[in-house]
Design a binder for this molecule. Structure first.
Ligand SMILES: Nc1ncnc2c1ncn2[C@@H]1O[C@H](COP(=O)(O)OP(=O)(O)OP(=O)(O)O)[C@@H](O)[C@H]1O
Ligand SMILES: [Mg+2]
Length: 270
């Protein structure tokens, strides 16, 4: 169901980014149903940051879907364990075989929120008979997974890790039309989405075709910036529709199991 018109701005529900210091600067978080681009170079913590959102929402009882196209579910979960995430607080459901999807969706426990990780890399190895010459096949597999998890498990949060890997898998012939259709598909499901965009270190653009920038409701950028003899991660919200947001550049830190956005607009070491 597409978003409805609100009569008061306080009716706009928001999903926290769970980055301390940032939510306060974006009216509390990303408006529900928005599609956000999370753009950054390798190692900027794009996966950790989006996973962190789904994790905290699941702790609060809300289901989330994380589709990983290249990083295996084990590698992702080990990374999160190393960052001290407590997986006893959520119902972690790893899907490595599409044949298990229906039964796994039916058996989810009530109470704890579920965090579904769909390991597409693993599914790719399993399914050899899928016609890889037909670039529509994988996109359809992924869309079906999103729709099923969204409708059957009442899941309203979604991470695609990454859009860049999807492009390799799907080889778009007409990106402008195909991307528009993907965004419309997500909007019709009214699922709040974080699409990870792997971008070059120089930060010259936010997305592959640059149409994504216009189609997205929000763009969150993470950069690695050399500072004296250190490299710091920096985060900024380039745009966020329906939100009075502070576009300053903040330092991004992960300490004691939490993300922090610090020194917005200021030099951290002065
Ligand atoms: N416990 C930790 N505390 C702080 N940072 C950590 C911790 N564990 C790992 N990291 C950092 O997280 C980074 C990787 O995070 P993540 O995988 O989320 O990045 P990414 O942007 O998704 O990377 P990629 O482009 O490879 O997918 C590593 O470079 C590492 O330095
Ligand atoms: Mg990643």
């Amino acid at each position: 169901m597409p978003p409805r018109l609100v009569s008061d701005k306080h009716e706009i529900k928001r999903i926290r980014t769970y980055i301390n210091g940032l939510d306060e600067n974006i009216q509390g978080g990303l408006p529900e149903g928005h599609i956000a681009l999370v753009s950054g170079a390798a190692g900027t913590m794009k996966s950790s940051l989006t996973f962190n959102i789904l994790y905290h929402e699941a702790v609060n009882g809300n289901n989330g879907l994380y589709i990983s196209l290249e990083q295996s579910a084990e590698s992702l979960v080990n990374h999160m364990l190393n960052m001290d995430f407590d997986f006893t607080k959520v119902n972690l459901v790893i899907i490595k075989d599409l044949a298990d999807l229906a039964s796994k969706l039916q058996s989810i426990s009530r109470g704890k929120g579920s965090l579904f990780i769909v390991d597409i890399g693993c599914i790719r190895k399993e399914i050899r008979d899928i016609n890889t010459d037909n670039n529509k096949s994988w996109l359809n597999v992924i869309k079906n997974v999103i729709k099923k998890v969204s409708v059957e498990a009442n899941t309203k949060l979604f991470v695609m890790d990454s859009l860049s890997a999807l492009y390799v898998l799907s080889r778009f012939e007409n990106p402008r039309i195909e991307l528009f259709m993907i965004f419309e598909f997500l909007r019709d499901l009214n699922i709040t989405s974080y699409l990870i965009s792997e971008m070059p270190l120089d930060g010259s653009k936010f997305s592959e075709y640059e149409i994504e920038d216009f189609l997205s409701d929000a763009i969150i950028v993470i950069k690695l910036t050399p500072f004296r003899r250190q490299v710091v991660r920096e985060i900024s919200v380039v745009k966020m529709r329906t939100t009075a947001c502070n576009n300053d550049i903040f330092s991004l830190e992960f300490k004691n199991g939490q993300f922090y956005a610090l020194y917005g607009g200021q030099n951290p070491l002065l």
